[in-house]
Design a protein around this ligand. Structure first.
Ligand SMILES: Nc1ncnc2c1ncn2[C@@H]1O[C@H](COP(=O)(O)OP(=O)(O)OP(=O)(O)O)[C@@H](O)[C@H]1O
Ligand SMILES: [Mg+2]
Length: 369
């Protein structure tokens, strides 16, 4: 399970909108997602279940160890569970004052459901107190929404400091990345600030930028993710892109990474052999079994048949590479220790101009939205 905190002590920068819509889009990509509301304002709870009068069991019950996280989580959409919050969460820091290990309670709770979910997304309150500390300790990644104003750059500096303190205290690193939200792109200074954020943070920021989209606010006020409200708006496109960017960072270590396993059509199953190319939300997954190979490349008309840049990675005997291909039809071959060959598991092949066989992959328009 990947646990991602949505955190920034600055109020109103899009944390909750990001938590709701990232969770919903990850669930649409067939991930099992738990959204944990750690804000006593309960905005994520309201944004997903407007009209449900009694939130029932909440994260404050979990933090006070009255119930388990599994008991507090309720299903709100296919693939998406919510651990709701209400104002009683505001009392938790006081109730737990002086209790040893009080910062570790969410981490403990998340560990107990780690097998049940692929993602835990934790929506934090706009301050750095016990609740945010619990979130940062429970998570290994953080998304820091930043509004492109001069103040937020200052704020993100402060937040990165806080994250460094947590890393120091807990001995665990948090990969924090900034996400530009509420982007209008109109004023030149806004563009300058976005460039600045990129320049300062480099790889620690998302490529995706979330534009201002009134549909996002409207959807939340109706208690639904934007995908259930309007598909023809910037908010839909941007949060879908963010979810895909997050999915693209799924770890590729070990034989059970989601990318590799989905190459075989079975997530969480170890890869034992290659397969014909598979189009997925990640791009097209190419894989080939070559147990004794020292180097394997893929070359095709998508990279001008140039092996440079086509290096494949391997786990055990299976070599694989994910390529983000636009819809279309492509010819390709594998190069195993300098020997060119067609894909043995792909029946779709055509004669090349040189008289041997090229494998063929067709990427349908629907796969890359
Ligand atoms: N991309 C966007 N386009 C338009 N409105 C947005 C966008 N993102 C957020 N909003 C609106 O801005 C306001 C603040 O957003 P949100 O509640 O997500 O911020 P927050 O950081 O969670 O705030 P808080 O710190 O109070 O928890 C809300 O009214 C929300 O609907
Ligand atoms: Mg919020």
């Amino acid at each position: 399970m990947r646990a991602i905190a949505i955190v920034n002590q600055k109020g109103g920068c899009g944390k909750t909108i990001t938590a709701i819509n990232l969770s919903a889009f990850l669930a649409r990509e067939n991930r099992r997602v738990l959204l944990v509301d750690m804000d006593p304002q309960g905005h994520a709870t309201l944004g997903l279940q407007r009209g449900v009068a009694d939130p029932g069991l909440t994260t404050s019950d979990v933090l006070m160890r009255k119930v388990t996280l599994r008991e507090a989580a309720r299903s709100v959409r296919p693939g998406l569970d919510l651990a709701p919050a209400d104002i009683l969460l505001a009392a938790v820091p006081e109730v737990l004052a002086g209790v040893p290990g009080r910062e570790d309670r969410l981490a403990e709770a998340l560990r107990s459901v780690a097998d049940a979910y692929d993602y835990a997304i934790v929506d934090c309150p706009p301050n750095v107190g016990l609740l945010t500390f619990n979130a940062l300790i429970a998570c290994t990644e953080a998304i820091v929404p930043v509004e492109p104003s001069f103040f937020s750059l200052h704020g993100i500096g402060k937040l990165l400091e806080t994250i460094a303190v947590v890393a120091d205290k807990t001995g665990h690193d948090i990969a924090a990345r900034a996400l530009v939200t509420l982007y209008t792109g109109r004023a030149p200074f806004v563009r300058a600030v976005v460039d600045d954020i990129r320049k300062h943070l480099g790889g620690r920021s998302y490529e995706t930028v979330i534009r201002c989209s009134v549909k996002l606010a409207e959807a939340a006020s109706h208690g639904v993710p934007v995908a259930d409200y309007s598909r023809r708006c910037a908010g839909f496109a941007d949060y879908q892109a963010l979810a895909r960017e997050v999915l693209g960072q799924e770890p590729a270590d070990g034989a059970t990474s989601a990318v590799e396993a989905s190459a075989l059509g079975a997530r969480h199953a170890p890869v034992e052999r290659g397969s014909a190319p598979i189009s997925s939300g990640h791009g097209v997954i190419f894989s080939l079994e070559a147990p004794r190979a020292r180097r394997v490349h893929i070359a095709g008309d998508f990279n001008d048949w140039n092996v440079a840049g086509g290096e494949m990675e391997h786990s055990g005997p299976v070599w694989w590479k994910v390529l983000p291909l636009s819809p279309g039809r492509y010819h390709y071959r594998y190069v195993v220790d300098e020997v060119w060959q067609a894909d043995p598991l792909n029946p779709d092949a055509e004669a090349s101009p040189y008289g041997d066989l090229d494998s063929v992959v067709t990427v349908p328009p629907s796969d890359r939205g």
